[in-house]
Design a protein around this ligand. Structure first.
Ligand SMILES: [Ca+2]
Ligand SMILES: [Ca+2]
Length: 269
C-alpha cells in the first residue's frame, strides 16, 4: 500500500505540472483578448437596463436646408465623436425609475412604458442614485451630439429609417399611431444600432444647455456655455412626424415636466 501511494504522488507531481502549464496559457490568452481586443457589444445592468455599444466616428449634425419643415436651429456642421460609449437601448421605463426612486411620476404607469413627468433636475437625482446603487458602469445623460449620432446610426435622412414617414410608422409612436398616449418601450423596430423609440414615444432629455450650433467641425461638443434651457430630442407620441426628425431640437427649462418627455442614459465603463 505504502509503495502504491508514493508512486501515485510522484505521478501526480509530474502530470500536475503539465496540467498547470496547460491551464495557464489559455487563461493568459483570454485575459490578453479581454484587455486588448474585446469591447462587449452590449451589457445589462442590475436594474435590467440593456445598453449597446456605439462606436466612435463622425457625422453631419443638423439637417440639410431642403429638409421639409426643418427649423433654423439645425445648421449642419461636422461632429467628431472621439470615444465610443454605451447607449441605453430603450427609454428609461417606469419600472426602472421605481427601483431607483420609489415612485412613478408618470400619467401612464405600466411598468414597461417610458417614465414621463420627470424634469431635467429630477433626472439628475435619478442618475446620482443609480450611480450609488449600480457599479456596473458610470451613468449620465447623453449629450445632444451623442443622441443624434446614435439616432442617425450612419443615416443622413430625416428619420433614421429614411425620408418616408409612412415607413416611420414601423419604427415610432407618434400622432398617427400612438393612440395619444405613451406606448410600451421596444415594441416598434429599432434603428440599425439596436436602439428603440429614438423617434417618438417620449422626448428625451439631453445634458446640453440649448444654444446655436457652433460653426465648423467640433469634437465631442457639450452644448452652449450659457443659457436657461436644456435640450430634448426625438419627438413624442403627440407630435407629427416632422417634429420627430433626427435633427429636431426643442428646449425646455430644467424644472419643466409633463407627460411628453422622458430620457435614456449613456453608460461608460
Ligand atoms: Ca423617444
Ligand atoms: Ca427647433
Amino acid at each position: 500500500m505504502e509503495e502504491t501511494d508514493i508512486t501515485f504522488t510522484e505521478i501526480f507531481k509530474n502530470t500536475g505540472k503539465w496540467i498547470l502549464i496547460g491551464a495557464v496559457f489559455p487563461i493568459l490568452a483570454i485575459i490578453i483578448y479581454l484587455i486588448f481586443f474585446n469591447q462587449a457589444q452590449s451589457f445589462t445592468n442590475s436594474i435590467d437596463m440593456i445598453f449597446t455599444w456605439i462606436p466612435s466616428g463622425e457625422f453631419i449634425m443638423g439637417s440639410p436646408p431642403d429638409e421639409p419643415e426643418r427649423d433654423n436651429d439645425e445648421t449642419q456642421h461636422k461632429v467628431i465623436i472621439s470615444k465610443g460609449f454605451y447607449m441605453l437601448t430603450t427609454e428609461v421605463t417606469n419600472a426602472q425609475w421605481y427601483i431607483v426612486m420609489g415612485d412613478i411620476p408618470s400619467v401612464w404607469k405600466q411598468p414597461q412604458r417610458p417614465v414621463e413627468g420627470v424634469n431635467w433636475d429630477d433626472i439628475q437625482v435619478f442618475i446620482r442614485k443609480l450611480n450609488e446603487k449600480d457599479k456596473t458602469a458610470i451613468y449620465r445623460l447623453p449629450t445632444e451630439a451623442e443622441w443624434e449620432y446614435s439616432c442617425r446610426a450612419g443615416n443622413s435622412s430625416a428619420w433614421h429609417c429614411g425620408d418616408n414617414d409612412e415607413v416611420l410608422r414601423d419604427y415610432a409612436w407618434f400622432n398617427i399611431n400612438s393612440g395619444f398616449q405613451t406606448n410600451l418601450v421596444a415594441q416598434k423596430l429599432p434603428n440599425v444600432w439596436g436602439l428603440y423609440d429614438m423617434h417618438g414615444n417620449v422626448w428625451e432629455w439631453c445634458s446640453d444647455t440649448y444654444g446655436a450650433y457652433p460653426k465648423g467641425t467640433v469634437t465631442d461638443p457639450t452644448g452652449a456655455t450659457s443659457g436657461d434651457t436644456k435640450v430634448v430630442r426625438g419627438g413624442c407620441w403627440l407630435g407629427a412626424s416632422i417634429h420627430n426628425r433626427s435633427a429636431t431640437r426643442l428646449d425646455l427649462s430644467t424644472d419643466r415636466k409633463g407627460n411628453l418627455s422622458g430620457f435614456r442614459l449613456v453608460a461608460e465603463r
